[in-house]
Design a protein around this ligand. Structure first.
Ligand code: ACO
Length: 429
């Protein structure tokens, strides 16, 4: 490898491949022309070594445990900002001025209501439906009522579409919670800020308006902003992939929700609480849990541990570990699950299996304990994650759309099935 190119030898032929260096000195070998030049493709199942795009949104250094949105360290945003400001930063690339922030907030307020007919869509779901299923379906349903914002061809159309989706997804989330409880829907209150309004719509019941305290509102803001983007993770890559076919923003985001639903991704926070509950109920102890996680035959993983990118503490987990204490102290409550989580973390971090593989707590390890304290049930955890991840999905969808010469994403494969053979009629098989 020279400074500008890498050399690849296949048989007796050599190919020169350009080297691309990012602003944080990350190095990639550009293989765009490889197949054309050599007839070969690269094979990288699960994309652990594949850069699918250049992106200016989020930087992660997994070895050092660094996470920055548009260059700003996550610790600073966690301390000084709130979810909607971070959403603006991710989507438009800069922190908003006061005027820009006010305009964005007003647009979100204006778009909070769902079309009344959408209530009938909710009524079509059994109230045992997983909220993630409702969320994904409803995002596509919303788009049917707003065909005017779908093209997203101008900045103004995009801004409108962003306001619709960011605001209405919150309303859908609250309504799906109400569905699962058999309680009446509570309409958004235009006097409330984004996160306060979310909690208000979820927890208000007739004759008793829920008013989140600043401490609870801050904790929820923190959870949402810490989830707001994480570069090319499974759901974001899904949004980019679907968007590459020029599918509209709503369809692309709905597919991101489905990708997020899986227990290895956005479903992990739910799985963490279920695992901690099993320990609390005495169905397994910490030693058994660690033993099972190390046993590949068991199919069991220590949920909330490990990450494809971080080989160090997930910086978001560090922030949330402390926030757990703050919330529980504020509520004057203790949660046995927090004690179990800490003991489990200590045991894992002393065990050579986890140490050697650099497996540390990820963002999901502590977020569920905070949401439980706020009163959010586990089946709503992935929905909260989806609300948080929306700005990231939108920013990536837009970035990809605006990339000159962007093509439809279409990986290749190495075929391993049978070679050509003849069709056998049914009576001869
Ligand atoms: N428990 C036990 N072993 C684990 C765990 C875990 N949680 N995570 C990884 N390992 C092991 C793997 O089995 C592998 O062992 P090996 O080298 O002996 O084969 C080794 O550690 C390396 O792990 P990978 O397989 O490279 O991890 P990968 O990058 O494929 O997966 C993932 C990352 C999915 C997050 C994984 O760590 C995991 O399943 N964690 C639990 C689920 C979870 O918490 N998901 C949330 C992720 S964060 C998010 O989406 C917001």
């Amino acid at each position: 490898m020279t400074e500008e190119t890498a050399t690849l030898r296949v048989g007796d032929k050599e190919y020169s491949l350009p080297i691309v260096v990012g602003t944080e000195d990350e190095v990639g070998i550009d293989i765009t022309a490889l197949r054309q030049q050599s007839g070969c493709i690269t094979l990288d199942p699960a994309f652990g070594n594949t850069g699918s795009c250049k992106s200016a949104i989020t930087f992660i250094d997994g070895e050092k445990g660094i996470l920055r949105y548009r260059g700003i360290p996550i610790q600073q945003l966690a301390e000084k900002s709130r979810f909607i400001e971070v959403a603006y930063l991710l989507i438009w690339g800069e922190l908003p001025t006061q005027a820009q922030m006010s305009r964005f907030s007003e647009m979100l307020t204006d778009e909070a209501l769902l079309h009344e007919s959408l209530k009938h869509h909710f009524e079509g779901f059994p109230n045992t439906s997983p909220p993630m299923a409702m969320l994904s379906a409803m995002i596509n349903a919303i788009s049917c009522y707003h065909p005017d914002v779908l093209p997203c061809e101008t900045d103004a159309q995009f801004e409108e579409a962003v306001a619709h989706i960011v605001s209405k997804v919150r309303t859908v989330a609250a309504f799906s919670y109400k569905m699962s409880r058999g309680e009446p829907f509570i309409y958004p209150d235009p006097r409330r800020k984004y996160v306060n309004n979310l909690l208000y719509m979820m927890f208000t019941v007739p004759h008793h308006a829920y008013d989140a305290s600043p401490e609870i509102e801050r904790a929820m803001n923190l959870i949402l902003l810490l989830h707001a983007d994480h570069e090319q993770n499974c759901s974001t890559s899904t949004v980019r992939m679907v968007g590459s076919s020029q599918a509209n923003l709503f369809a692309s985001i709905a597919s991101g929700v489905c990708a997020l639903w899986g227990p290895l991704h956005g479903g992990a926070n739910q799985a963490v609480i279920e695992m901690l509950e099993e320990i609390r109920r005495g169905k397994m102890d910490i030693a058994t849990c660690i033993k099972l996680a190390k046993d590949k035959e068991s199919g069991f993983r220590l949920m909330g541990f490990g990450h494809r990118v971080y080989r160090n503490f997930d910086p978001r987990a560090k922030i949330l570990r402390k926030a757990c204490d703050d919330v529980l102290t504020y509520l004057k409550r203790s949660d046995p699950l927090l004690d179990i989580a800490r003991s489990l973390e200590d045991a894992a971090l002393k065990d050579s299996y986890f140490v050697d593989r650099k497996l540390y707590p990820n963002v999901d390890f502590y977020s569920g304990i905070i949401m439980r304290a706020i009163g959010i049930p586990v089946n709503m955890f992935p929905v909260m994650f989806a609300i948080g991840r929306l700005p990231g999905w939108i920013a990536h969808w837009r970035e990809q759309r605006c990339t000159p010469g962007a093509r439809i994403a279409r990986p290749r494969q190495i075929y391993t099935g049978p070679c050509q053979r003849d069709f056998v009629p049914m009576d001869e098989r």
